[in-house]
Every structure is written in C-alpha cells, then in structure tokens.
Design a protein around this ligand. Structure first.
Ligand code: DGL
Length: 260
C-alpha cells in the first residue's frame, strides 16, 4: 500500500508546536500535516509524567484514526514523557524534540548556558542524560507560566517575565540560551532584543524538520507531488484555532484549513 500521500501528524499541548510545523512546512512543502493542539489539557509541563502520557495517548489515538504515516511530537515535555512508549506502541516513525543543548554546547566558550524549559522537561531522565553529555556550564531554568502567556498572546507580561528571569544572571557571562519549549520559540525575537548580541539562541525547529525528512526518506514515505495542506485541530476552543492560524499567517503560510 502506498502511504506517501497520507498525512504527517503533529501535536503539542497548544500552539507551541506551530513553530516546528512552520519549519517542517518549509522543508517539506508537498506534505499534508494535521496539527493537533491539546489546549484543553495544557499545560503539560506542570503535570506529572503519567498524566502527560494519558493526554498524549488520547491525542495519538485521534491522529492514528486519520491514518497518519508519521508522528511528530512537537513538544519537548511530551517527548520526554512519552516518546519511548509511543515508539514501542506505534508502527509508524515517531519524531520527538529535545532542548537544543547539543548545538548550544558547541557554541559555548567558557560561559554558561541557560536552558529555558518546563519544569517537567527539566526533571526528566531524558534531560538528565542530555545534561551528562552536553551539560557543561548549563543551568536549568524552569519557566512555569510562560507558555500560558504565549497562549494568551500576552507579550507584555512575557517580556516582564523574561526580564525577571534574566535579571538573576550576569548576561555577559552567558554564552547561549536554549529555548527548550516550543512555545518559547515565538518569543525568540523579543529575547534577542533583551540580551547581548554575543549570546547565541538555540532551538529545535529546524533540526526536527530535518529529522522528519530523514525518517520519511528512510521509510520511503516522502510525498513528492502532493499539494501540501495543513489541517488544524484542537481540543480547545475556536479562539485557540484562530491563534494557530494567526501564527501561520505571520509566517506567510496561508494554505491551511481548520477542523472543529
Ligand atoms: N510546548 C511544550 C514543550 O515544548 C510544553 C508546554 C506545556 O504544555 O507546558 O515543552
């Protein structure tokens, strides 16, 4: 059976994963993507692992009904909690995300690396293993409440929040900031303006898009001639769908449809 024309399923706890979706759409313009924002159950990052796994199972069951050919967990928190389990359970490629600490460690001179992520991401074994490999100089910075400000489009509060966070560090001794939550990628320009130009910012959208492409190639699943649609779904409200659309439109991605 030719599955090349089937959609790729992508999900997050809300709009955060749209940042990864934008990178995937750019790299793989012929693919159909179904994006599911589990906004009703957001945030994932302050739940415990079992609760997140339960939420993820519901989302994945729904996406599997749409005959997805690959699954992208566009959420660092859900990847740490559920990727290993999903890889055992599903017979399709599963692509996850993790805080981009490896590229940050490559850019590090002798200063520190601030890893901004949800409390759950920063407490997971998966992150501990990443720290063992690439964590020299890295500091965990849990940002409880920050994803909510992105969901509410409250950029003023987000800026005040980040100002407060950065005031605890001498930014001249920081070499890199890792945006270890897909929601924070929408604050990247704001953060850029708040920190010295010498501080690098790393995040995982492009790496995830490249990994998806590799996995599709390896499994002979690349859609060479599709029209490249995006379908948006949510467990939340129409307002949540509108925000997803707005974030795509900001990046000039206009060929999407919403499904309620
Ligand atoms: N966007 C998610 C991440 O990358 C998590 C946000 C949340 O639900 O707490 O970790």
């Amino acid at each position: 059976m030719n599955r090349r024309e089937d959609p790729v399923g992508v999900f997050d706890s809300g709009v955060g994963g749209i940042s990864a979706l934008i990178a995937m759409k750019r790299l793989l313009p012929n693919e159909t993507f179904i994006y599911y924002g589990d906004t009703r159950n957001a945030p994932y990052g302050t739940k415990d692992t079992d609760e997140v796994i339960r939420c993820v199972h519901d989302v994945v069951a729904r996406l599997m009904k749409e005959k997805i050919k690959a699954l992208v967990i566009a959420c660092n928190t859900a990847t740490g909690a559920a990727a290993a389990t999903l890889r055992k359970e599903l017979d399709i490629p599963v692509i996850g995300m993790e805080p981009a600490l490896k590229p940050a460690s490559e850019l590090r001179k002798d200063g520190s690396i601030l890893v901004l992520a949800t409390p759950l991401t920063l407490h997971q074994d998966k992150f501990e293993r990443l720290m063992e490999k690439y964590g020299e100089g890295a500091i965990r910075v849990p940002c409880t409440g920050l994803m909510e400000l992105v969901e509410q489009e409250d950029y003023e509060q987000a800026e005040a929040y980040l100002k407060q966070v950065f005031s605890s560090y001498d930014m001249n001794t920081v070499d890199a900031i890792v945006l270890g939550c897909t929601h924070y990628v929408f604050l990247k320009d704001m953060i850029r303006d708040m920190i010295p130009p010498s501080v690098a910012i790393t995040e995982g959208s492009d790496g995830t898009a490249r990994q998806l492409k590799r996995m599709l190639q390896r499994n002979n699943l690349i859609n060479e001639s599709g029209r490249g649609k995006i379908i948006l779904e949510t467990s939340g409200t129409e307002k949540d769908l509108r925000l997803m659309q707005k974030l795509l439109e900001k990046d000039n991605i206009l060929d999407f449809m919403v499904r309620i």
